[in-house]
Design a protein around this ligand. Structure first.
Ligand code: 5GP
Length: 201
């Protein structure tokens, strides 16, 4: 059972979602490094690590059999097949433990996962990370250069559908600048900015 405490105006479980390539991962990484009072959930995934990604830090990289086991043993809070290819899921126990310890928890997950969390935990806050414009989103997706042209086209089709979901969210943060966007997310979660947290220890 996940408790959200008594302060209903500020839920401690926050979901950050948004269209593909909007920079969710970058904003989440910024928060991981700069906001000590926010716990970032580490997802399990069946995709292979990209260069520089560390098992247990960026993801838990697992094979299909292990992902099947996680589902079977009810160890995932939510999971989804993203971009019709790999499976991604939020390990349940670390999230429940952090919430029980009174911490603010952030899930950086896809839209399907955000909807699952909403249906199971209506008290969670959903933040939509939006691109400054459609053209900027296309530019970011092409610029990343980690996906094949076919994969890029597929992700852009997904992004169009995902952009239309903005209205389902409690708050919208525009990712015009990573540090500023991260600051707005942290402010929504904790009531103070990253800079204020550093000033006040
Ligand atoms: P990437 O492969 O680029 O790291 O992530 C692909 C997508 O998977 C992103 O949209 C990311 O938000 C999503 N994702 C990462 N972890 C999870 C998770 O635990 N659950 C769900 N539903 N989506 C996730």
């Amino acid at each position: 059972m996940v408790s959200q405490g008594t302060d209903r105006s500020r839920p401690r479980l926050t979901v950050l979602a948004g269209p593909t390539a909007v920079g969710k991962g970058t904003v989440a990484a910024y928060i991981r490094h700069h906001a000590s009072n926010v716990v970032l959930s580490v997802s399990a995934t069946t995709r292979k690590p990209r260069p520089g990604e560390i098992d247990g830090v960026h993801y838990f990289f697992v094979d299909d059999a292990e992902f099947d086991r996680l589902i079977r043993d009810n160890e995932l809070l939510e999971w989804a097949t993203v971009h019709n290819s790999y499976r991604y899921g939020t390990p349940r126990k670390p999230v429940e433990k952090a919430l029980a310890d009174g911490k603010n928890v952030l899930l950086e997950i896809d839209l399907q996962g955000a909807r699952t969390v909403r249906s199971h935990m209506p008290e969670a806050r959903l933040i939509f990370l939006a691109p400054p414009s459609w053209d900027e989103l296309v530019r970011r997706l092409r610029g990343r250069g980690t996906e094949s042209p076919e994969e890029q086209a597929r992700r852009l089709r997904t992004a169009k559908v995902e952009l239309a979901a903005e209205g389902e969210f409690d708050a919208v943060v525009v990712n015009d600048d990573v540090a500023r966007a991260a600051d707005r997310v942290v402010h929504l979660m904790t009531g103070s900015t990253i800079e204020e947290q550093h000033l006040h220890g």
